[in-house]
Design a binder for this molecule. Structure first.
Ligand SMILES: [Zn+2]
Length: 240
């Protein structure tokens, strides 16, 4: 009986790892595919992205958002402004609507104070991330020297302690990526509310699919951080 439970658990674990690796390796390609697909449709409301940003800015952000220029594919939100690339600003494709709606979602999060904690955590974690490699290297060296009796045995335990600290940083990195996914999800949720007001149901559905696919790339990043050491997927930065 127990043998079957162990085999079952093993198979389940294997399947989960395969699924995570698939997301880690293919989520970005999936996103690009969806983006190209949504890029083929034009919004039927006659609006361009510049109109959309203006409208949401007036209605939800109290007109506080200013517009700046961004490089191609570098459209983003930063406190009190949204940076838009030249091709996006004059676009009326559904892909552009979805991407900018998400950025406007971040603007609303910022207005509601939902991003402050997230940004503070991110800058703390970046500092923490710098300790990961030194801790692991020092840990390995001390543990090996202690184990081989080149240094007294207690040095081995200090080495294991350092390795433990490295592992804790790794866990914090994974957890932070998970929290980031939640922030992205909420930005897309706000973005979808904006889109539903301006687009038809069918158009909004296409945008929603693109935003879901974008979110999957964040899961991909989390799984790459978790599984990069297996060499079955590319490594990802621990802290962005
Ligand atoms: Zn985002």
């Amino acid at each position: 009986m127990w043998l079957y439970v162990v085999i079952g658990a093993g198979v389940l674990f294997f399947l989960i790892i395969c699924f995570c690796l698939a997301v880690a390796n293919f989520s970005f390609d999936n996103f690009k595919e969806k983006r190209d697909e949504a890029g083929r449709y034009r919004a039927q409301n006659g609006m361009f992205i510049s109109d959309f940003v203006e409208e949401i800015n007036e209605r939800y952000l109290g007109g506080a958002l200013s517009v700046r220029r961004a490089e191609e594919f570098r459209d983003h939100f930063a406190p009190n402004y949204i940076a838009l690339s030249p091709s996006i600003i004059s676009s009326n494709s559904l892909a552009s609507f979805a991407i900018i709606a998400h950025e406007l979602g971040h603007a609303l999060q910022y207005k509601k104070g939902e991003l402050t904690k997230h940004w503070q955590r991110r800058s703390k974690n970046r500092i923490l991330g710098k300790f990961f490699l030194p801790f692991v290297l020092v840990g390995v060296v001390l543990a090996v020297l202690g184990l081989l009796s080149v240094l007294p045995t207690f040095v081995m335990y200090i080495g294991i302690g350092f390795l433990g600290l490295g592992f804790v940083i790794f866990l914090i990195a994974c957890y932070s990526k998970y929290l980031e996914i939640r922030v992205e999800k909420s930005a897309s949720k706000y973005g979808m509310n904006f889109l539903r007001e301006c687009l038809t149901k069918g158009e909004a559905k296409i945008c929603e699919e693109l935003l879901n696919s974008a979110r999957l790339t964040y899961w991909g990043s989390l799984f790459r951080t978790m599984l990069g050491w297996t060499m079955l997927t590319k490594k990802d930065k621990m802290f962005n």
